[in-house]
Design a protein around this ligand. Sequence first.
Ligand SMILES: *Cc1c(COP(=O)(O)O)cnc(C)c1O
Length: 369
Amino acid sequence: MSAALPLYITSPSVPTEAELSALLRTALESRRLSNAGPLNHQLKLRLSEMLKVPHLALTSNGTAAIEVVARALEFHGKVITTPFTFPATAAALIWTGATPVFVDVEEDFLTIDPNAVEQAMDESVSGILGVHVYGNPCDVVRLDAISKKHRIRLAYDGAHAFGTTYDNVDISRYGDATTFSFHATKIFTTAEGGAICVNSPELHRKIELLSNFGIESEDSVADIGINAKMSEIHAAFGLANLLHYHDDLEQRREIRKCYDEAFANLKGISTLGDRPGISNRLQYYVIRVRDGKRDSVQSDLKSSGVFARRYFYPLLSDIKAYRQVCPSASNPFPNATRAAAEVLALPLSASMKKEDALRVARIIKTSIT
Ligand SMILES: *Cc1c(COP(=O)(O)O)cnc(C)c1O
């Protein structure tokens, strides 16, 4: 048997050189490299059509997108969120002056638990920031009811949920605002980049304003913004990548199916289910390894050149820097704590073959038996 190539958790989708240079030519010839150029406009249009969303703003990355949303929704004081996420979620809140209040997640989907959100609610809470973990949407219906009842704003970090629909509409139609990340590790990538989707035209205008220093016109600065703009180079990369997007999704679907079959009825391993009513959950393939064997499975995979990730571990509430500024971090989070000890994200990308997935599954089977 020949030595197999290493497999990483993700492998970015890239356009061909010809596809990219055809799009880059626009920017090079016009010398328009940023500030709402034609490629930006084109990508915005294509993505809004694809997702069927009314308002989409492009950003320099997914973290800046959350920061802009936090400012646009006037988050201040406490904002309820989850400790089971990537650091950017809570960091963006802290960077914009809010204090994250961590609450536990639901056992089945690892998204923020609406009951826990209700319990954490008090006068100084100004918003909720849910995370659609691994592309599984939060309980958007209950969170919507909670935010309306308490008259606070509701935003989602949808970095894992690009293209996911719930009840046949794009996931970003729920809540006041949803952010996406187009980082190289994400399902649709512009190398670095992101987007913000909202339903309200006024909020969209505010987001565009805040992303561009608050500059309204040549002689008017209407707000204190930041620079969260996507460059024309990144927009070109995104437009070129869109040429392969649907084929990429199909390939990811194949790999997911392969894993699903391999792990069905495998003792000691459970796979993460889809929340009923959703489609296109293809960002990560995550298993839960029981009986304290997660780390040994990870290291057995590594010895065979398969680089799976303990995603998300550690919990944000267990990180010293967050504990210092978030009093809620010392609360117990039983579901999130168990998940952080059991989850393992396996390689999933459009460049993988079925044989790669079978090989990963074989190593895992051997490791746990
Ligand atoms: C990737 C990611 C982000 C950050 O996005 P960037 O584009 O890398 O800034 C935020 N939240 C979650 C859950 C992510 O996975």
